[in-house]
Ligand binder design. Structure first.
Ligand SMILES: Cc1cc2nc3c(=O)[nH]c(=O)nc-3n(C[C@H](O)[C@H](O)[C@H](O)COP(=O)(O)OP(=O)(O)OC[C@H]3O[C@@H](n4cnc5c(N)ncnc54)[C@H](O)[C@@H]3O)c2cc1C
Length: 370
């Protein structure tokens, strides 16, 4: 029996949608999202920053795909009218001779990421309310309206005749002689379809889904969900650029930073709080975190008005490393047996920035193996 689709994508976050856009250029695509709307998990609970690519392990997928994804994403935004702005970012050091700042500077040089070193006076000139002894200015960092980006990806995939379905949860899949038979829970009950290749882009559920797709347990990386909270700042925006402290030691997070949305509203966050496995949909923001936020923010913004900090939203990072372990890379597992499948594990930051580059990488693999 022939297949209904060449590709079936489980998960309609930004990664699944970027894959649908890319793969629909080379075959027929079905994308399945369990919720009522695309991108309602991690993809709508992040900082919406287009990262420059400074922070990742040399040669890692995070680094490669962020560096390739950034120009691809800017070009896509320009071509398809996605609101975005290259507003630039300042990384603030408390002391002029901070080794971490030097390290980032040298890394930027090595990777060809434009950076400028600022002394205290130059920093004051650029952001008068920010306190620091030195800073790095990253002009290629920007912000994006991630919701419009996802809508455009969906529209372009549909123009290429991809079928994108909400309220459709992938339950299990059985290998066939030509690919997979996928069982879907949909609003019409249980439905079976046949596809050539299956892509697991289920975000926080990727490990659970991999178990249903017959991936050997010892190939499935452990998930360490890590929540990041945001507080909005209900006052006049004190900055014009993104303001970041130096990153945390194992890159669990980038430090409680200030981002601006396209409307010019400032929010602070995210922090890092590792969660238990059963808390994958626990997006609470505890108002009691406010004092910890205020303390961290005052290190670079002493005039903070703490009363203007209001609990906003939270996102959960699908991390592959515990708090006391070194940062893990994205994990992309491709198997041809028992049938073609690609699993995407641990797609935390910079997943949004890297989305088009990651989709291109997956499409390349399938263009040579299907
Ligand atoms: C706090 C935070 C801040 C971040 N900031 C940035 C940033 O500034 N810049 C940046 O580049 N990146 C950032 N990221 C990373 C970025 O948000 C993610 O890498 C990206 O959103 C991951 O997209 P995804 O499609 O893999 O996952 P998701 O958006 O989680 O999508 C997975 C989808 O799969 C669906 N699903 C699960 N199981 C099934 C199933 N069985 N059947 C059907 N559907 C299923 C889910 O409902 C979900 O919609 C941040 C992440 C967090 C948490």
């Amino acid at each position: 029996m022939s297949n209904d689709f060449d590709f079936c994508i489980a998960g309609g976050g930004v990664i699944g949608l970027a894959l649908a856009y890319r793969l629909s250029q080379q075959g027929s695509v079905l994308l399945l999202e369990r919720h009522a709307r695309f991108g309602s998990e991690t993809s709508s609970r992040n900082s919406e920053v287009i990262h420059a690519g400074l922070y990742y392990q040399p040669g890692s997928l995070k680094e490669q795909l962020c560096l390739a994804g950034k120009p691809a994403l800017y070009a896509f935004c320009e071509q398809h009218d996605v609101p975005h702005r290259r507003i630039g970012k300042l990384i603030i050091a408390p002391a002029a001779d901070t080794p971490k700042l030097d390290e980032l500077w040298h890394k930027g040089e090595r990777l060809g990421i434009p950076l400028e070193r600022l002394n205290q006076a130059q920093l004051q000139e650029r952001e008068p309310l920010v306190r620091g002894a030195a800073a790095l200015w990253s002009p290629s960092t920007g912000i994006i309206d991630s919701h419009t980006y996802m809508q455009r990806l969906a529209q372009l995939a549909q123009i290429n005749e991809a079928l994108l379905l909400c309220h459709s949860s992938v339950r299990r899949a059985e290998p066939t002689d030509r690919g997979w038979q996928v069982t879907i829970d949909s609003s019409d009950g249980e439905v079976n379809i046949r596809c050539g290749a299956l892509i697991n882009a289920a975000g926080l559920q990727a490990q659970n889904l991999a178990r249903q797709l017959q991936l050997a347990e010892d190939n499935i990386p452990a998930l360490y969900p890590c929540r990041g909270h945001y507080f909005s700042y209900q006052a006049k925006a004190p900055f014009r650029h993104l303001i970041y402290p130096l990153p945390e030691a194992n890159m669990a997070g980038l430090g409680i930073h200030a981002t601006l949305d396209l409307g010019g509203q400032v929010r602070f966050g995210p922090d890092t709080q590792y969660l238990a496995a059963g808390q994958l949909d626990d997006y609470r923001v505890d108002a009691a975190l406010q004092s910890r936020f205020a303390e961290a923010i005052r290190a670079y913004f002493p005039q903070l008005d703490p009363a203007a900090l209001q609990p906003d939203y939270a996102g959960i990072r699908p991390k592959l490393h515990a708090a006391d372990q070194p940062a893990a890379d994205f994990c992309v597992l491709h198997r041809q047996q028992p049938a073609p499948v690609m699993h995407l594990f641990g797609i935390e930051s910079p997943g949004l920035t890297a989305s088009l580059a990651l989709a291109a990488r997956v499409a390349d693999v399938f263009s040579t193996t299907l």
